[in-house]
Design a protein. Structure first.
Length: 374
């Protein structure tokens, strides 16, 4: 069963061990229940729900279970009907394939087709054993019931803790990303494309996933084993909202910075600099170098771009402190002052577009300040 993969909040060995133990226990219980029931001697379909449904997001398990069960039922019906009316393999296989593909997309969600329809239809078609279609439905039903009913009771995840871990992971990723950008600018290197500075696109999804976990817990949707009255960490909701906003503004800044580096980086004319023969030591019309012997201006990064390094570091410090729940007033004031200085020193149109991502980040931070300091 395909579907969107939930962002993993906690990468600690203990969390991974609990997830593996939960999967192994649910798969084992499903297997031996089917053996006791006598559905088959190797009830593999009963184990698959534990492998494909159990994820960090416990709230998604019932939905994924219903989707898988619907896919299995439709796949069994499609293959059984086709085999009954079209016993000739020359016609039955294309009919199963086409109808299975159609059902896969009709029962799926946008961007996540229900692949279980086609898989089940093909398995039933290829397994010419009497009673196999019914056994597959029974074993799938047992596996889904075990996952949905037993899974949440085995080390149930704490939604508030998951939200806090997701926020901390995003904060760490942003600090590393902005630090790497500032470091390259300070060394006089234009920021290259994603290959050298990967943003790990999933990092921009972490704040929204963490906020969703927090909101579901705050709405009272508590999994078994968790107290409904448990209070979240102080200020976590506000820091999550700030993380969601900064994910948009900083992603925009990173994209504009890469585009600026691509167009104004080494080997290209700097913004506003004439690309004329003979300038800055470049060869003249005759092909001879200029008398000055100075390096070619086209081989130097744009000074306005390199001058962003202090502004990027100050913004990173303010964001890091704000997401950590610490006082970031001094860091924000310094970032705003550097933004104003850079705007006055480099008033070009492209600089304004490039700085807008950082400026919007400062605005989001300012709205997060306490009322007495805003």
């Amino acid at each position: 069963m395909s579907g969107p993969v939930a962002v993993a909040y906690a990468a600690l060995p203990g969390a991974r061990l609990r997830s593996a133990a939960r999967l192994a226990l649910c798969a084992s219980v499903s297997w031996y229940l089917c053996l006791w029931w006598g559905t088959s001697t190797a009830p593999v379909p009963a184990v698959l729900p534990a492998v494909l449904i159990l994820r960090e997001d416990v709230y998604a398990w019932p939905r994924l279970g219903w989707e898988r069960l619907a896919g299995v039922l439709v796949g069994v019906v499609l293959s059984s009907v086709v085999l009954h009316w079209l016993p000739d393999p020359a016609w039955s296989f294309p009919a199963v394939l086409i109808s299975g593909c159609a059902g896969m997309y009709l029962l799926g969600r946008p961007g996540a087709p229900n692949q279980q329809v086609l898989i089940t239809a093909l398995m039933v078609y290829a397994t010419a054993v009497p009673g196999y279609p019914l056994a597959r439905v029974e074993e799938t039903l047992v596996g889904i019931a075990v996952v949905v009913l037993l899974g949440p009771l085995l080390w149930p995840p704490d939604p508030y803790r998951s939200a806090a871990a997701g926020l901390d992971g995003y904060r760490t990723d942003v600090r590393e990303l902005l630090g790497a950008i500032a470091g390259r600018l300070e060394r006089g290197l234009a920021v290259p494309g994603p290959a050298a500075l990967p943003e790990r696109a999933r990092m921009w999804l972490q704040p929204q996933a963490a906020q969703d976990a927090f909101q579901r817990a705050a709405a009272g949707r508590v999994v078994p084993g968790r107290r409904a009255g448990r209070l979240p960490p102080a200020g976590l909701d506000g820091r999550l909202a700030l993380a969601v906003r900064t994910a948009l503004t900083l992603q925009y800044f990173g994209q504009e910075l890469r585009e600026r580096s691509r167009t104004d980086g080494p080997g290209r004319p700097a913004s506003g600099a004439p690309d004329a023969p003979g300038a800055s030591g470049a060869p003249d019309a005759s092909g001879a170098p200029s008398a000055s012997g100075a390096p070619d201006a086209r081989d130097a990064p744009d000074p306005a771009l390199l001058a962003l390094a202090p502004l990027v570091r100050a913004t990173a410090a303010a964001v890091d402190a704000a997401l950590l729940g610490e006082d970031f007033t001094a860091d924000l004031d310094r970032a705003r002052a550097l933004d104003t200085a850079h705007r006055e020193a480099h008033p070009g149109r492209h600089d304004a577009v490039l700085r807008s991502g950082l400026h919007l980040t400062h605005e989001a931070l300012a709205e997060h300040l306490p009322d007495d300091t805003a």
